[in-house]
Write a protein that binds this ligand. Structure first.
Ligand SMILES: [Fe+2]
Length: 266
């Protein structure tokens, strides 16, 4: 059983994200990679890394939301509801158990699907691009990004602006919906001027992230395809808490963090 230490929970509280290494099941990761390649257009060949570089050919681009292929991205959502995909991430007892350590035991139903496998292909030999954060628009509490293949530094890993969850939590009229206050754009500019953290890692590593942290999918200057699986955890009471304004205690809905704070404050 893999669980978070108190120090890891404090790290998440203070930084808005946490990397946990070597969590995902190797057999399920392998099944996910196989299914990805089974659905790849012929122009990308698993045994020929040269075919992984650069944007899709126009004829291979797709607007289908279940398999969105544009530029150097491929959001493959088709199998997100398959049992092996759900077991790979949201229903994994370690991942779900750690989420409950943060949000409270028994408070998070196991999602019936994950977002899918999100790929960023290697950019190839291009000039380096800028970084800019966003906050996700849909209501949830805790996001998880898992890597099903190695993601080297500057290899398209999930990028976060550590600590920005504290600013952005107050930037919306409600706790969980996308109703930004006027100050949000200015705050976003300020956060963008600060350094980001590249959450690179190995196959099996996961990143927990707070729903209001500024983040983006990193640019991929490696030779690898960034292959990430994503899921969102929502507490059972999200329907009633999502319209409430930001609370004085931003951790009010996070039972695990609240109790840690109470213990720390004696
Ligand atoms: Fe996002």
């Amino acid at each position: 059983m893999i669980r978070l230490t108190d120090d890891e929970i404090r790290f998440f509280r203070d930084n808005g994200y946490l990397i946990k290494r070597g969590v995902l099941d190797p057999d399920l990761m392998s099944e996910a990679r196989d299914s990805l390649w089974a659905n790849a257009p012929d122009s990308r060949r698993r045994d020929d890394p040269d075919t992984w570089i650069g944007a899709w050919k126009p004829e291979d681009e797709s607007d289908d939301p279940k398999s969105l292929r544009k530029g150097t991205r491929w959001n493959f959502r088709l199998l997100g509801g398959e049992e092996f995909m759900v077991n790979l991430l949201p229903a994994d007892p370690n991942v779900h158990g750690m989420a409950e350590q943060l949000l409270g035991e028994g408070t998070i139903p196991v999602p019936t699907r994950m977002r899918g496998i999100y790929c960023t292909f290697p950019y190839g030999d291009v000039e380096k691009k800028g970084y800019g954060c966003h906050v996700d628009a849909h209501p949830f509490h805790l996001g998880v990004v898992g890597y099903i293949d190695d993601v080297p530094p500057e290899g398209g890993g999930f990028c976060v602006w550590a600590g920005s969850h504290k600013t952005f939590y107050q930037d919306f009229h409600s706790q969980y919906k996308m109703e930004p206050k006027d100050c949000h754009e200015e705050h976003r500019r300020q956060v963008n001027d600060s350094p980001h953290t590249d959450c690179y890692g190995s196959a099996g590593d996961i990143v927990f992230w707070h729903h209001r942290i500024g983040h983006m999918a990193g640019h991929n200057y490696s030779r690898q395809i960034r292959q990430a699986v994503l899921c969102d955890y929502r507490k059972r009471d999200l329907d009633t808490t999502q319209d409430e304004p930001p609370q004085d205690d931003m951790w009010r809905d996070w039972d695990g963090i609240r109790s840690l704070n109470e213990r720390d404050n004696g």
